[in-house]
Design a binder for this molecule. Structure first.
Ligand code: NAD
Length: 348
């Protein structure tokens, strides 16, 4: 199996190096790595943020492990040359329509959460967010009203196929966990949401073992901080998922801890930490590599179908944190490499 490693910019190469060491230490047969430049690093070397050879590697690979893109040197470039275009291009070219973001509190980090520890301790959920549709991709523009005032508009829409395919990812994810799925929408106000709800209910017939519930997005935002333990898998559209997944991630503490997956219809995916390239700490050895190491675990689980190997990584991360290993974002002083080492020595 071929894994494309795309380290990117800033702390990307530092955290990818640690994840690669952990993957290599699993000693899985038939796991091969190939690395390619992406983002600002690719622009500086080859003049474009997503070179053809990088895209080709991403297409050939069984899964992609991505660091982060973003480089202040490139901020003045035309938009299509900016590093961030690389991740948008990969999502588009590879048809990555399902974004999975687990949020789980490591028991030893209850104090890192913005919530009270007794509330935070219950968090163990996955948000399944649709990534290729909704108001972000509808017709948009600026126009003038009849009385000459400026007006901005963005059209929200989903067709039933788009809703069905992401609903199925939600149900499949629920099947692999506690068989509880909460669909979040705004069906009391939006026609797009009414279609969403109708199609999710139709799709539920394919998954009789999953308990389906529905929640309006405003209530979901409130419940996520009031009682996050009630959620297991949440499925929602692009806009609502964008907001709720950031909210959920802050409920569990540092941005340096959270992995994500973006999947196509065959569960081929791109796996990345939710953080960016953190130029403020790049090159100083201060980055927390755990979000990337946990992204590698997700890759093993979802795309490579190696759940035992994923469990081994997740257990080693939990053990490292339980032993008191802490990078600066978690209130400690350990370097990126030292944290990687703490995980490595606990791999069983
Ligand atoms: P960021 O996530 O890079 O950093 C936000 C803050 O969190 C910074 O203080 C940073 O030091 C800290 N931080 C982030 N990751 C950390 C880690 N692993 N360990 C310890 N601390 C960590 O967000 P930003 O500063 O808004 O953006 C910086 C650049 O990253 C921008 O160019 C932005 O466009 C890009 N970005 C890229 C992605 C991506 O590649 N998918 C995502 C978000 C932002």
């Amino acid at each position: 199996m071929l894994i494309a490693l795309l380290p990117g910019d800033g702390i990307g190469p530092e955290v990818i190096a640690q994840a690669r060491s952990v993957l290599a230490a699993l000693a899985l047969p038939d796991l091969h790595f190939e690395e390619a430049p992406v983002g600002g690093a690719a622009y500086k070397a080859l003049g474009v943020p997503l070179p053809e050879a990088t895209l080709d590697l991403a297409r050939r690979a069984d899964a992609i492990l991505f660091g982060a893109v973003g480089d202040p040197d490139c901020d003045a470039l035309e938009r299509h040359l900016r590093p961030e275009q690389a991740i948008l291009g990969l999502r588009k070219h590879l048809n990555l329509f399902a974004n999975l973001r687990p949020a789980k509190l490591f028991t030893d980090l209850a104090n890192a959460s913005a919530l009270r520890p007794e509330v935070a301790r219950a968090i163990d959920l996955v948000i399944v967010r649709e990534l290729n549709g909704d108001v972000y991709f509808g017709e948009k523009g600026m126009r003038k009203t009849a009385d000459g005032k400026r007006e901005g508009y963005d059209v929200m829409s989903y067709n039933e196929d788009e809703v069905r395919r992401i609903a199925r990812v939600g149900f499949e994810t629920a099947m692999a966990r506690s068989r509880k799925l909460c669909s979040v929408d705004k069906a009391n106000v939006l026609e797009t949401s009414q279609l969403w709800r109708d199609v999710v209910i139709e799709t539920a017939r394919e998954y009789p073992d999953v308990a389906l519930s529905h929640m309006y997005v405003d209530n979901a935002a409130m419940q996520l901080v009031r009682n996050p333990g009630q959620f297991d898998v949440i499925v929602t559209g692009n806009l609502f998922g964008d907001i709720l997944s950031d909210q959920a991630s802050m409920c569990v503490g540092s941005i340096g801890l959270l992995p994500s997956a973006s999947l196509d219809a065959n569960q081929k995916g791109l796996y990345e930490p939710i953080h960016g390239s953190a130029p403020d700490i790049a090159g100083q050895g201060k980055a927390n590599p755990l979000a990337t190491i946990l992204s590698a675990a997700m890759m093993l689980r979802y795309s490579l179908k190696l759940p035992e190997a994923a469990d081994r990584i997740e257990a080693a991360v939990a053990a490292a944190l339980a032993s008191g290993a802490r990078t600066a974002d978690l209130g400690g002083s350990m370097t990126c490499e030292a944290m990687g080492e703490q995980v490595l020595v606990r791999l069983t």
